[in-house]
Write a protein that binds this ligand. Structure first.
Ligand code: FE2
Length: 210
């Protein structure tokens, strides 16, 4: 059912599955009919306070659309994906801060996400993973303050318009769209609150048997 395209564990695995291109079209249809708004996510507000140039927009799907997104996703039952999904658009010229994903409710790390490309028009938006540099963490949110130190990335890639990604969001990471003239939209799904301790490796085992 799930076929690995590239395994860069423990950072990410790109993969495909039956019906993937139709699923991406469904996501595009939903996004095309939606209005993207500034995020109401608390972590994002703090980021905008720290980095005023951080220009992203999020779109939270309606419950009907969410139903379709979750029900038609072959990973959702296996990985207990949460019945919410946020579409995130990053503007040209924007670099996101180096961060870990945090579950707003219980403040634990989001261990992994299943990310899908929605509108990815070029290969210039670079996603990177970094070592954890404790001293440089920001006190209010798990981000590395690059104004104090610009760490070298361990690994970089760009999200392909054609594949899904199992993404390790518990390792510090960022994305850099500063060299692109295009907006980039992706959607990310995480495990629900009853399964928030499921790790990247648990998800890898379930989807790919390795
Ligand atoms: Fe993230």
């Amino acid at each position: 059912m799930f076929e690995i395209i590239k395994d860069c564990s423990p950072y990410y695995i790109t993969f495909t599955h039956v019906g993937l291109s139709d699923y991406i079209k469904l996501l595009q249809n939903i996004a095309n009919n939606a209005t993207f708004v500034s995020s109401n996510n608390k972590s994002v507000s703090i980021l905008k306070e720290i980095y005023p140039t951080y220009h992203t927009e999020e779109f939270y799907a309606s419950s009907d659309d969410l139903e379709k997104i979750i029900n038609k996703n072959p990973c959702s039952e296996l990985l207990h994906l949460d019945k919410s999904a946020a579409f995130l658009t990053t503007y040209p010229g924007v670099r996101g801060p180096i961060h870990q994903d945090v579950n707003g409710l219980n403040k634990t790390n989001v261990q992994f996400r299943i990310n899908y490309p929605v509108f990815v028009k070029d290969d210039k938006c670079i996603t990177s993973w970094y070592e954890d540099i404790d001293l440089l963490r920001h006190s209010r949110i798990p981000i590395i303050d690059v104004s104090m130190h610009n760490p070298t990335s361990i690994l970089s890639t760009n999200i392909s318009p054609n594949y899904a990604v199992l993404f390790n969001t518990s390792i510090f990471h960022d994305w850099d769209n500063s060299q692109s003239d295009n907006k980039r939209t992706i959607v990310g799904m995480r495990a629900d609150n009853n399964h928030s301790d499921m790790t990247f490796f648990d998800a890898r085992k379930i989807l790919f048997g390795i």
